[in-house]
Design a protein around this ligand. Structure first.
Ligand code: SF4
Length: 847
């Protein structure tokens, strides 16, 4: 079964879809166990594309924790793009695991992480594509248990028709509790019901089928005898972080080494769901973070390190951390990024440090509201002067783009607040223009969405038509400023997000109906279709405004069964303070505000007294210092195997680059802002072709005995460095020197070789062979005859062609196939490039 599924994936999906590497697995550091030796197999399902899922650090953490256990295996599956979904449904290929090419439905349990409300239809779609009943009550004892975690499960009700159990809070502990419970019950042959009952006894786990529900006020809500509290870990232990994070073979949204710095935020922005869900703050020790960086760079070869948290500038030991990390960054020629940072919280010293370690060209300031009055409402209580001072501070650096984030439709917002936003952007644009006419201000305007478990959970979402009017007004009011670009989010997207976020079980029916009507990828502009949802709402008799209108504070909320730890009383009090324009302090610097999260076993954990060792301080002085480099060039021959024939050229060159870094080869780098290693490749292989004897040149800063075995260790299966030799004399670039290539075509179906000798004779005897080629929508005739230097049958099962690659007369392998076979395409053949040639006089010489 496994092999036939793998064959179907390789022959049906990979040759026909965009970005085939999304569907192949086989990445560096992915874990493949012998499934017959493990007692429990789970699948981590991410309800969005591989490119996004593989940028999610939670996946890497849970993957590591479970796979560290000898008896358990955790594999991965992602929502497939619509092209792959069509191929899978047309050919009966079920959703499968990337580690084992086994059907997801064969696993013991499936765990979704849900980061965003507009991924809900993708969850439903993945369950269906896996061949599992979408509705949980129809599942049998043979089906896997489906569990969901992630911040969106703080209101699980909209997914309650589809998910068996929800796990709220930090996943580190809960995931192993779930595994051991299911493992024990599996061994006992327990029923599905018994498993769900046992799961419901674990901390933070909610099993909707165990509760009746009834209408209370405007919502249908579950009956609860006790409230379930999200599970939290008191300390972020280093053991829980992956020693060897998976490194995707293709570029993903965040192609960087993720390193968590702290969890939680004490700022208390009143609209922010993450701010309450991840409380309290737990900071990691700087030494442990640097160890994660050092180890991660060694095991992944990533060129960028992302220091992750909700607001890394708030990390207590940021300055010492930057000092410590700068050594690793300099040693490995990597860069450092602080992806989610309140720039206003960075000190001058920290900005200087960041600029030294990793200069960046854009920075973000998020005032969210432009008037001081409205900033008091949302508890982002800094002055206009503080914002302008931050702008001025940033402009002293080489920041080319300043990004500004604002919200519209916030509680109590008036026209004056919109005018204040226009005035603030105009003032900032003036400051930027005074420094440089080339620097830009990008303004992002998003509608406010009231989220569960926040002080604003009872507020209304403003009417989308009004929000649209405001967005347009802001944009048109700023359009005379040449250095300002304004974008505003479609308010209908926020409407749907709000319905999902504050929905009850009726929204579950709505999701089911909309999915059946074709809703998918609702968070993607190209697929978002509010009309589909409005029609579904009519069919399901669901009034959308019920979920966007203001909710009375006395109303029982659909998410009342779950507590993030932050008490309802605290949220009510914060709401009242917002309306009275009273700010709340920050428990990092001031007294505890009694939000309710902390208790005996859970306290905020700050790192306050770290002194950087003297040795490190001395060494960081030379981070940007350039040395005089003597360069040495080597030619490396390598093989790209059949299994990697859908790996694109840029992704492959990134993988090879990383492997050289991991093997500590002293690569020479280009100079300038975007420094990159000096590795130059020959002409790219066509996508779908293997390469048996490919080449690239590398330049090192010293004479170096390149150890290929050490580098091969870091390459994925199928990519092998074969030989290395020093180069001297003619240094014409490899790409420019290669003039021809020998390709071998092996048909998957031998019938393609019927009459091949005659076809080849007809081709080679002709003076011209014209085919129609398309460029930018225009079709022209191309004579490919001169591009084919030789064409011969090789053995009994293939034919070879030497084709010209450059010099005007060229022929691509796909063009040759079209000329030889009326209906044929390159997908009918296993294509390999066997050799590349340069020209010496009129002779072709192998490179
Ligand atoms: S309980 Fe107090 S110290 Fe703990 S997160 Fe809440 S406000 Fe901060």
């Amino acid at each position: 079964m496994q092999n036939s599924l793998k064959n179907a994936i390789e022959s049906k999906i990979l040759p026909t879809v965009d970005k085939p590497m999304r569907y192949m697995g086989g990445e560096l550091n992915c874990v493949q166990k012998d499934l017959s030796t493990v007692s429990l197999h789970g699948v981590f399902c991410f309800p969005d594309l591989y490119d996004i899922g593989m940028s999610h650090f939670g996946l890497q953490i849970l993957y590591h924790i479970v796979n560290k256990q000898e008896n358990y295996a955790l594999s991965r599956a992602f929502q497939v793009w619509t092209d792959a979904e069509k191929v899978m449904r047309d050919n009966g290929i079920p959703l499968y695991t990337l580690e084992y090419f086994t059907p997801v439905r064969d696993a013991d349990w499936i765990g979704f992480t849900i980061q965003y409300e507009l991924q809900y239809t993708n969850v439903v779609n993945m369950i269906d594509l896996a061949g599992i009943s979408v509705l949980k009550e129809s599942r049998t004892d043979n089906d896997p248990i489906i569990i969901a975690g992630g911040p969106c499960v703080s209101n699980p009700e909209p997914l309650s028709l589809f998910i068996d159990a929800f796990a709220a809070g930090d996943g580190e502990k809960t995931v192993l509790d779930i595994c051991s419970t299911l493992d024990m019950l599996k061994k006992r042959g327990a029923s599905r019901t018994e498993k769900l009952e046992a799961l419901s006894k674990l901390p933070g786990v909610y099993v909707p089928s165990l509760h009746t529900y009834a209408a209370k006020g405007v919502f249908d809500v579950p009956d609860m005898s006790t409230i379930i509290k999200a599970s939290k870990i008191p300390v972020l232990q280093s053991d829980n972080y992956p020693l060897k994070p998976i490194v995707p073979l293709m570029s993903v949204v965040h192609s960087r080494l993720p390193v968590e710095v702290m969890r939680g935020c004490t700022r208390g922005c009143r609209f922010c769901a993450a701010g309450t869900y991840y409380r309290p703050v737990r900071e990691r020790d700087p030494d442990a973070i640097v160890e994660s960086i050092r180890n991660g760079v060694r095991e992944t070869g990533w060129k960028e390190i992302g220091l992750l948290s909700l607001s890394t500038a708030d990390y207590s030991c940021l300055s010492p951390l930057l000092t410590l990390a700068s050594d690793v960054v300099a040693e490995n020629r990597t860069s450092l990024s602080l992806p989610s940072t309140r720039i206003d919280a960075l000190t001058d010293e920290q900005l200087q440090q960041l600029d030294t370690v990793s200069p960046v060209s854009s920075m973000t300031i998020a005032p969210e509201a432009a008037s001081i009055r409205l900033r008091k409402v949302i508890n982002k209580d800094f002055s206009d002067d503080a914002i302008y001072a931050t702008v001025d501070k940033l402009l002293a650096y080489n920041i080319q783009t300043l990004k500004l984030y604002f919200m519209i439709g916030l509680p109590t917002e008036t026209d004056d607040d919109i005018e204040a936003m226009i005035a603030m952007v105009s003032s900032i644009a003036g400051r930027v223009r005074a420094v440089s006419k080339r620097r830009m201000v990008n303004v992002s305007v998003s509608p406010f969405s009231p989220k569960p478990h926040t002080p604003f959970q009872w507020e209304k979402m403003e009417d989308p038509a009004l929000l649209l009017e405001k967005g347009r007004y802001i944009k048109s009011s700023l359009k005379h400023l040449k250095n300002v670009k304004v974008s505003y989010r479609d308010p209908d997207i926020t409407l749907l997000e709000t319905v999902m976020a504050r929905g009850d079980r009726n929204v579950s029916r709505l999701i089911y109906d909309a999915w059946k009507a074709g809703a998918r990828f609702d968070g993607w502009d190209e697929y978002f279709d509010i009309q589909k949802w409005r029609e579904a709402a009519v069919r399901c008799s669901v009034d959308l405004s019920r979920y966007t209108d203001a909710i009375p504070v006395t109303q029982t909320l659909p998410w009342h069964m779950l507590s993030t730890g932050v008490s309802r009383e605290f949220l009510v009090e914060e709401r009242e303070k917002a309306l009275a324009l009273v700010s709340s302090g920050d428990c990092r610097n001031g007294p505890c505000l009694q939000c309710g999260v902390c208790g005996n076993d859970l306290l905020p954990l700050f790192q306050t007294s770290y002194i950087v060792p003297q040795k490190v301080m001395a060494s960081t002085v030379s981070v940007k210092k350039e040395t005089t480099e003597h360069h040495f060039t080597y030619r490396v021959h390598y093989e790209k195997g059949e299994n990697l024939r859908f790996l694109g050229h840029i992704d492959m060159s990134n993988i090879i680059h990383r492997a050289f870094l991991m093997a500590s080869v002293p690569l020479a780098f280009t100079q300038g802002f975007n420094r990159h290693a000096r590795i130059s490749f020959g002409p790219p292989l066509p996508l779908g072709a293997a390469g048996l004897n490919e080449a690239f040149d590398i330049t090192t800063t010293c004479a170096y005995d390149v150890n290929l075995t050490e580098i091969n260790r870091w390459l994925p299966k199928g990519l092998v460095l074969l030989t290395v030799e020093p180069l001297s004399g003619d240094m014409t670039s490899l790409n420019a020197s290669i003039k021809a290539a020998l390709y071998r075509f092996v048909p998957f179906n031998k019938a393609h070789l019927d009459g091949i000798v005659e076809k080849i004779t007809t081709f080679t005897d002709a003076d011209t062979v014209e085919i129609s080629v398309e460029k930018n929508g225009l079709f022209t005739q191309k004579n490919i005859r001169k591009g084919v230097i030789s064409l011969t049958v090789s053995g009994g099962d293939s034919f070879d062609a030497v084709v010209s690659i450059q010099d005007g007369a060229t022929c691509k392998p796909s063009e040759l196939i079209r000329a030889l076979f009326e209906q044929g395409t390159l997908n009918d053949f296993l294509l390999s490039r066997i050799a590349c040639f340069r020209k010496t006089g009129s002779n072709l010489v192998k490179v």
